[in-house]
Ligand binder design. Structure first.
Ligand code: COI
Length: 358
């Protein structure tokens, strides 16, 4: 079954932004998709309307108890003028895993995918083409039930908004660079049993205090350690983390506190295909320090939809810098970036079957 969405076109299209200065989340497109949920009708009344403010009762559940979720995806324009989505089925599946955790009703995957395709097609002329840019897609669900009871709502809105974006980290604008990351051993991001594996706003709000501390210490982001012992590396800011030591690529296992990133999964699959040894296992910050001292720490990088592949050049830990690959972009991170971003933008052949072309 395929779903259709009526379109009300804007009478006031906005000028397109300068592609060399897009930032991340500054330039929203002309339209958005909205769909409603209530217990009787399920998800219904999906429609595309001009982008603009939404009206919410001030007592809406989401404003007080944060019952919400979101996804993040990107669309790209190929040199042949086709629109590429990257593994959107993974987002549809993750949406339902998050919904289950947040007591939000599930959504038919086809409905989600058709909604994403429909809104991207309507605003396709917003997809930027300069190197490092993309059309960022932000689907999200909020509960608009008017109630102060702390219990799952029966009314929700599903909304998709789009924005033309540049590189997530400003510093990367002219190409990849090795970034400074602060190893956070006081605050934690998520504990097993919590919502770390789900894509919910609260995870990000709870992380801001640590990011502020990282910035005050001259770093761009934090490296989160596990909640229990503050010892094992988990994620980098809003992204998954990878370390290459003695030819082994290591990333934290999906044990409940780690976000199952689409780029994380893609990185693991590609590296294994290329013949690298990849382990999803716990790695302590002490082992990283030790590897740095004995010369076996080769590379580190973050992966995410927003940042794609973002190399780590320095880890600030207890006042000292662990320098990785001389602070520069390593060959494996560069190769991964070229391959993944190349596939996404249609300049590298998709031999994984991951691209969905509109
Ligand atoms: C993404 O990588 O898509 C994310 O969701 C990170 C976001 C907070 C910008």
């Amino acid at each position: 079954m395929s779903y259709e969405f009526p379109v009300t076109r804007t009478q006031h299209p906005k000028p397109k932004p300068d592609q060399s200065n897009l930032g991340f989340g500054k330039y929203f497109t002309d339209h958005m998709l909205i769909m409603d949920y209530d217990a009787g009708q399920g998800w219904h009344d999906g429609r595309i309307v001009p982008y603009g403010p939404i009206s919410l009762d001030p007592a809406s559940c989401v404003l007080h108890y944060a019952q919400m979720m979101f996804e993040g995806m990107k669309a790209y324009l190929t040199p042949q003028g086709k629109i590429n989505l990257f593994r959107p089925d993974m987002n549809a599946k993750r949406l339902n895993r998050t919904n289950e955790r947040m007591c939000i009703p599930p959504m038919d995957e086809e409905l989600f995918l058709d909604a994403v395709k429909a809104i991207v097609k309507v605003d396709a002329d917003w997809i930027p083409t300069q190197p490092g840019t993309a059309l960022y897609i932000r689907p999200y669900i909020i509960s608009d039930e008017v109630s102060f009871s702390v219990e799952p709502a029966e009314h929700y809105h599903f909304i998709i908004i789009l924005c033309a974006v540049g590189a997530y980290y400003d510093i990367n604008r002219g190409g990849l660079t090795g970034s400074h990351i602060y190893v956070e051993d006081e605050y934690i991001r998520a504990a097993v049993g919590g919502t770390g594996f789900a894509k919910v706003g609260g995870n990000y709000a709870g992380g801001m205090r640590a990011t502020k501390k990282a910035l005050e210490n001259g770093c761009k982001e934090v490296l989160w350690l596990d909640a229990h012992e503050h010892k094992y590396v988990e994620e980098v800011g809003t992204s998954n983390a990878f370390f290459m030591i003695n030819d082994e690529v290591i990333t934290a296992p999906l044990g409940g506190s780690i976000l199952p990133g689409v780029t994380r999964d893609s990185t693991i699959t590609i590296l294994r295909k290329w013949g690298y040894q990849v382990s999803e296992r716990r790695l302590s910050i002490e082992d990283i320090e030790k590897a740095s001292k004995d010369g076996t720490l080769q590379e580190a990088w973050a992966t995410g939809t927003a940042c794609v592949i973002s190399p780590i050049g320095y880890l600030r830990y207890k006042g000292e810098d662990i320098v990785i690959n001389g602070g520069d972009v390593g060959p494996v991170s560069q190769k991964l970036y070229d391959y993944i971003y190349g596939m996404q933008t249609g300049v590298v052949e998709d031999d994984m079957g991951w691209i969905v072309q509109l």
